[in-house]
Design a protein around this ligand. Structure first.
Ligand code: SF4
Length: 501
């Protein structure tokens, strides 16, 4: 395919592939399905390849919509006057795509879709029954259209694009009617990525991750907060999370802008030796010899085993673990300042505390925006500002999927206005992890009050320990976590393959 220079970005990009369209545009303009999504982590949000991202940027889509400039699903924007989410290229005022001529292959295919079969070993072409036109259209026309598209998918240009971007192939979905198996594409994908089926992490995988964690025995009262599926799943809107079974172990992979890594060691009942060896082989294949190949969140009990296997272990920020009784009581001199702030908040404010409901999502969004502004105005360090920007899609996932993810949330309102929220989850029946906490920083004592009440509620429900996660290396966060006098810092390591000298 010929290259051309794009004047605006000064980069060489390939021109967009043009697939034939079956649905007439007048039908599309009247429909309210495409380009709109119920959840921020919707599996159907479009995937943009590197070239498609370059073209979308020239079409005015912001760089921040793409967590990985080398290819990623787009980050959806909350609908301004509704509960759902929109593709950032969608113009809601006139229901059109602002980059229609440059839209990605994923969108050009629709309402056809590439997906894996249920056991994840064959690539299929199907059509989405959610498209109203496809529901009414006669099957023969759909099949003819699919035949034309299949012929194009077998051409090297398009096939190579799909092989290089396997996220274009979605997970099996019941509402997508299967039209054909694509053996050539299946073979080409297996040739590049290996025969073992790698698939995107979705909500359906959460029970499997939980079972594997239970079997591994690493999820204990004093374990890292990362030994829970929600800890990883919440980043699924920002990074690309994938999973696969290797040698009987469940392996989680994350695709970051720098390359692929494992956010957890292989998990399951058996030894990690063989699955880790296979997983590292895959990382080498995907990343080359880039140092990005690594395993994160390695607990201390695995360190001797990984050292024996020849890995380099580097400590990273530990988790802060507290005794629940300490934080619920805030008794004694060492908690004097936190206690005073709680008292001040109770004395000065008229407020209510309640359980989070999905209908609070808009108010949470407004508070997060205010809180981010307040933090920046206070002179947040550059790394902290980046973390804040990255965190917004993760908060969106929690707001919309809290109950499916078994995350509990509480909100505080003053005079009917939401001024704080917090979310957390049970790591074990005795350890509660505080996942998110956002408070209006103009209300003195609110943060301390909310944290104490979270601990009191958790303790009433059986918590002996509170895990407040790590401090991300931010000095301000470290100081405030230390000020609560942790019972222990849970060691956390990164394992990297030893470099050949
Ligand atoms: S890129 Fe265009 S066609 Fe594709 S989802 Fe976004 S708005 Fe719709």
């Amino acid at each position: 395919m010929p290259l051309y220079t794009d004047e605006l970005v000064g980069a060489f990009v390939t021109p967009p592939i043009a697939l034939p369209q079956l649905v007439p545009s007048r039908t599309c303009l009247q429909c309210d399905v495409c380009c709109r999504f119920p959840d921020p982590d919707s599996a159907l949000r479009p995937y943009f390849t590197e070239n498609e991202i370059t073209r979308a940027l020239t079409g005015g889509v912001k760089k921040t919509a793409f967590p990985n400039q080398r290819g990623s699903q787009v980050i959806l924007a909350p609908e301004p006057h509704g509960d759902g989410y929109l593709c950032p290229a969608f113009d809601a005022a006139n229901s059109t795509c602002r980059i229609y001529e440059q839209r990605p292959l994923d969108c050009q295919l629709y309402p056809l879709a590439l997906m894996w079969d249920e056991p994840h070993d064959q690539v299929l072409l199907g059509w989405d029954t959610k498209c109203p036109f496809m529901r009414e259209e006669i099957p023969r026309e759909i099949q003819c259209h699919a035949d034309r598209v299949m012929a194009l998918l077998d051409q090297p240009g398009i096939r190579d694009q799909v092989v290089a971007n396997p996220r274009l192939i979605g997970r099996f979905q019941e509402e997508v009617v299967v039209l054909a198996h694509l053996p050539c594409l299946t073979e080409a994908v297996a040739g590049q990525w290996g025969p073992a089926p790698l698939h995107r992490l979705t909500l359906d995988d959460i029970p499997r991750v939980t079972t594997a964690l239970d079997q591994s025995g690493w999820c204990r009262t004093q374990s890292l907060a990362a030994y829970s599926p929600v800890y990883h799943y919440m980043w699924n809107g920002l990074l690309a999370y994938w999973c696969m079974e290797l040698q009987g172990a469940f392996c989680l992979f994350a695709q970051s802008p720098d390359g692929w890594f494992m956010p957890l060691p292989p998990i399951g009942a058996g030894s990690i030796d063989a699955p880790l060896c296979d997983a590292m082989e895959l990382l080498r294949r995907w990343n080359g010899d880039s140092p990005v190949s690594r395993v994160e969140n390695v607990p201390s009990q695995l360190v001797p085993e990984l050292e024996r296997l020849g890995y380099r272990l580097t400590p990273k920020e530990p988790d802060y673990l507290y005794r629940a009784t300490d934080l619920a009581a805030l008794a004694g001199d060492r908690y004097k300042s936190q206690r005073a702030l709680c008292n001040r908040f109770e004395r000065e404010q008229s407020f209510e505390m309640d359980s989070y409901r999905v209908s609070d999502r808009q108010d949470c969004r407004a508070l997060l925006a205010d809180w981010s502004r307040q933090k920046r105005a206070e002179g947040l360090e550059a790394f902290g500002a980046i973390l804040l920007t990255d965190a917004a899609p993760a908060h969106e996932v929690i707001w919309s999927q809290a109950s499916a993810l078994r995350v509990t949330g509480r909100i505080v309102t003053t005079h009917g206005r939401l001024c704080a929220y917090t979310f957390g989850y049970w790591l074990t029946s005795a350890t509660f992890c505080v996942l998110l906490e956002v408070t209006d920083r103009t209300l003195p004592g609110l943060a301390q009050y909310l944290f104490r009440e979270t601990c009191r509620t958790a303790m009433a429900e059986g918590a002996e320990y509170m895990n407040a996660m790590d401090d991300a290396g931010l000095p301000g966060l470290r100081a405030s976590k230390q000020a609560y006098h942790p019972l222990m810092l849970i060691p956390n390591f990164v394992a990297s393959p030893a470099r050949e000298s």
